[in-house]
Each structure stands twice: as structure tokens, then as C-alpha cells.
Ligand binder design. Structure first.
Ligand code: GAR
Length: 198
């Protein structure tokens, strides 16, 4: 069985789009895949409740609990890695997981960890992508699913969606339009990835 572990920090709408596609399309039968766990670094992430309501197993690794460590980022990543590894994942899915990961963590999962980023990479890596696209006068922006490498928001591109920037867009209105396309391309990219590994 291909175990998927999904990491979230917030609302988890991408996680839900993936979970609903997995149920609707019977990924357990068609791809021999299942969502083994949804893990959040924030105990109150809304997505955790939504995942539980879908019957998914949820866990929390709270990054604020590591503040007292000499190297909090590495200490957090070590526990997160162990928590993920307990599920023997074929694929780790970053779905709105708002943490910068240490190189050791990324290398451990390299080749089997995907991310979705709300821009047409390589344009606008990092934060505030929608405002930056508006400020730059972009007519189009979008979203990208890519393999995670040690360089932030880089790595081989697996899927993209193009979304128009409309004249009166705010960062919020644009984000909402992009998000609807994220929900289409992330399940699609995961399916293609799993098929390519079969
Ligand atoms: C999504 O727009 C995702 O692309 C973005 O956070 C949002 C999470 O929404 N990710 C990043 O900005 C990563 N750098 P969700 O929790 O509803 O899926």
C-alpha cells in the first residue's frame, strides 16, 4: 500500500480536495494508495477537524514546543521526520505547510515529497505571492505542484495551472481564484506521481 502523509498548517482546503478525490476515485483500489495521516504543526489548524470528520487519522507536532532547544528548527524537524516515518510513507504531501524545512529533513524525503505553491514558479517563490503578482502588473498568475528540493520553492515542476489577474483584484480575491485551481491540480499531480512510481 502507498501511504500518503499530508502536512498542513491552516485551513487544509488542499488536503480536503486530495482526500475527497481519494474517496471519490477509490485510490485504495485504483492506485493502491491511502492517506495514512494528516499532520499539523499548529494544534488549532482548522484542517485537523475537517480531516477527522472525513475519518482521517490526525496528529500534531507543535513547533512552538521546541522553542527552548539550542537548535529549535532541527529539533522540530527531527520529531516531525520520526512522526512521518512511523507511517512508512511512499509520498509526503505539503499542503499549506508553512514551515521552512531543514536540508536534512528535505534530503530524507527527497524524490517523494511534493509541495504546492500559489504562483507560477519560478516566479514569486516565498510569501505574499498574490500581492507581488498584482504589484508586478502580471496579467496571469497561478499555482505550481513541484518536488521539494533543498532550495525553497524550487524543484522539478509536476503540474501548473494558469489563472488570470483581473483589474480589480485584491490579494484575497486573487488567492481565492488560485485556490480553486490548486484543488484541481494537486490531486491530479499526486495521481500522476503515484502512477509513475508504480
Ligand atoms: C495554499 O494557497 C497553498 O498554495 C499555500 O497556502 C495555502 C494553503 O491553503 N502554500 C504556500 O504558500 C506554501 N509556500 P489550504 O490550507 O486551504 O490548503
Amino acid at each position: 500500500m502507498n501511504n500518503l502523509v499530508i502536512l498542513i498548517s491552516g485551513g487544509g482546503s488542499n488536503m480536503l480536495a486530495i482526500a475527497r478525490a481519494a474517496i471519490r476515485e477509490r485510490w485504495d483500489q485504483t492506485l493502491n494508495a491511502r492517506i495514512a495521516a494528516v499532520i499539523s504543526n499548529r494544534p488549532h489548524a482548522a484542517g485537523l477537524q475537517a480531516a477527522a470528520e472525513l475519518g482521517l487519522s490526525t496528529e500534531v507536532v507543535d513547533h512552538t514546543a521546541f522553542a527552548g532547544h539550542a537548535d529549535p528548527r532541527t529539533a522540530f524537524d527531527d520529531v516531525l521526520r520520526q512522526t512521518i516515518d512511523a507511517h512508512e510513507p511512499s509520498l509526503v504531501v505539503l499542503a499549506g505547510f508553512m514551515r521552512i524545512l531543514t536540508p536534512g529533513f528535505v534530503v530524507h524525503f527527497e524524490g517523494r515529497m511534493l509541495n504546492i505553491h500559489p504562483s507560477l514558479l519560478p516566479a514569486f517563490p516565498g510569501l505574499h505571492t498574490h500581492q507581488r503578482a498584482i504589484d508586478a502588473g502580471c496579467r496571469f498568475t497561478g499555482a505550481t505542484v513541484h518536488l521539494v528540493t533543498t532550495e525553497l520553492d524550487h524543484g522539478p515542476i509536476l503540474e501548473q495551472a494558469v489563472v488570470p489577474v483581473l483589474p480589480n483584484d485584491t490579494a484575497d480575491s486573487l488567492a481565492a481564484r488560485v485556490l480553486t485551481q490548486e484543488h484541481v491540480i494537486y490531486p491530479k499531480a499526486i495521481k500522476a506521481f503515484l502512477k509513475s512510481q508504480a
